[in-house]
Design a protein around this ligand. Structure first.
Ligand code: GMT
Length: 380
């Protein structure tokens, strides 16, 4: 098929998922056209056959204080859909992408543009629920040919909140198991930690929902009992608060802030335990990536995380904000290498069993087929 994909091209999980999906669809013989504001960051690495990139250009005009990205995107979607003879558009994150797709579909009438929208989380749980955005998010959902969500939890949330006209389907996120696998003894590990130190890691975009202060507090409790270091990977609004907290707790010598990093596989490969105490996660792609790299996860029992991390098998879950319980689990794992190994192996196994591309990509292919049929049948 010829598939157009729109996503946020930056570091967020929805953009990562959309990009990995596009690359794997292309490997399976589809032609994939990214229609985005910039080259998606996981496409930077290498040339991919059958993957095309169309940048949404933003013309500046003095009268327009804010450039209307949503409209420029809609115009680009229309142009590429027609010129490349696409079969459908798959948009990731409801706002504004589903609305731009709706406008593009209107512009090409009487031709037909099937639209698949995938909900990722904050588009529903935070952004879409803001009073001013509620109706427009609901419009985007209802006007899509098929809507999917990345966990059972998110499907239920979206259905409860938006009461859509058609049911939403769950297609879990996936991880590329060829790419995300533990590298043999990472040579960079020694520059951060000694051979016997336990490496705790947190990776995120340092937003409020990630509960960054909890990461620091959990670790500061852990290092009273375990000789460990903490790698803080990523950037975002709470980064400087985190640095301050680390300093005020007197653990600066044990915490390394690495900033944004592209090669997360190397980071997971030098990690022993992943700390992920988010307020909520619709899915928690970073937890799945950690599991694929055999790293046990300590996380909150919140949102879609329990669908990913099996408590007691691939890591430990505690109530959101229960820093003490998470620290106790961090200490338990830090002191027991057999348990870490066992949980790490179980994480990889679970990732393979339920979240491998071979399990998930065919579900999207089926949805695409159905969307094309539905959209064309509706118009007969
Ligand atoms: O909050 C983020 O990490 C970014 C955000 C996004 O939409 O880019 O992530 C959401 O989508 C990811 C991919 O489906 C999920 O794994 C994350 O759990 C979800 N984030 C939240 O629900 C807070």
């Amino acid at each position: 098929m010829k598939i157009g994909i729109t996503c946020y091209p930056t570091y967020g999980g929805s953009g990562v998922l959309a990009t990995e999906l596009g690359k794997l669809l292309a490997k399976r013989g589809h032609e994939v056209h990214f229609i985005t504001s910039a080259l998606p960051y996981r496409l930077h690495v290498q040339f991919e056959e059958r993957v095309f990139f169309h940048e949404v250009e933003m013309d500046k005009y003095p009268l327009l204080e804010y450039s209307p990205y949503d409209l420029a995107l809609a115009a680009k979607m229309r142009e590429i859909f027609l010129s490349e003879k696409l079969d459908l558009l798959h948009v990731h994150y409801a706002l504004p992408h589903a609305i731009s797709a709706f406008l593009a579909a209107k512009m090409i009438e009487p031709a037909i543009m099937p639209v698949v929208t995938t909900l990722h989380g904050t588009d529903i749980t935070i952004v879409g629920q803001k009073k001013s955005f509620y109706d427009i998010t609901r419009l985007g959902i209802n006007q899509s040919t098929i809507v999917t969500a990345v966990s059972e939890y998110l499907t239920k949330e979206a259905e409860d909140i938006f009461i859509p006209e058609k049911p939403i389907r769950t297609i879990h996120n996936f991880v590329d198991l060829q790419l995300f696998k533990k590298k043999k003894k990472s040579s960079r590990r020694c520059s951060f930690a000694t051979e016997n130190q336990i490496v705790y890691t947190h990776i995120s975009n340092f937003r409020k929902v990630k509960r960054i202060p909890d990461v620091v507090k959990i670790f500061s409790r852990i290092v009273q009992d375990v000789d460990g270091i903490l790698l803080m990977v990523g950037e975002g609004p709470l980064l400087s608060d985190a640095r301050q907290l680390v300093e005020s707790l007197g653990i600066s010598d044990k915490v390394k802030f690495l900033g944004k990093q592209e090669d997360v596989v190397s980071i997971f490969s030098m990690s022993d335990i992943f700390l992920f105490p988010s307020e909520t996660e619709s899915f928690g792609l970073a937890a799945l990536e950690a599991m694929a790299c055999e790293v046990p996860v300590i996380a909150s029992r919140s949102g879609g995380i329990p669908e990913v991390v099996n408590c007691g098998e691939t890591g430990f879950l505690s109530e959101t904000g229960d820093v003490t319980a998470m620290a106790i689990n961090g200490i338990k794992l830090g002191k027991n290498s057999d348990l870490r190994l066992k949980m790490g192996k179980a994480g990889r196994k679970r990732a393979k069993q339920y979240f491998g591309p071979d399990k998930i990509i065919p579900l999207y292919e089926k949805v695409y087929q159905e969307a094309v049929e539905l959209a064309h049948n509706c118009n007969q």
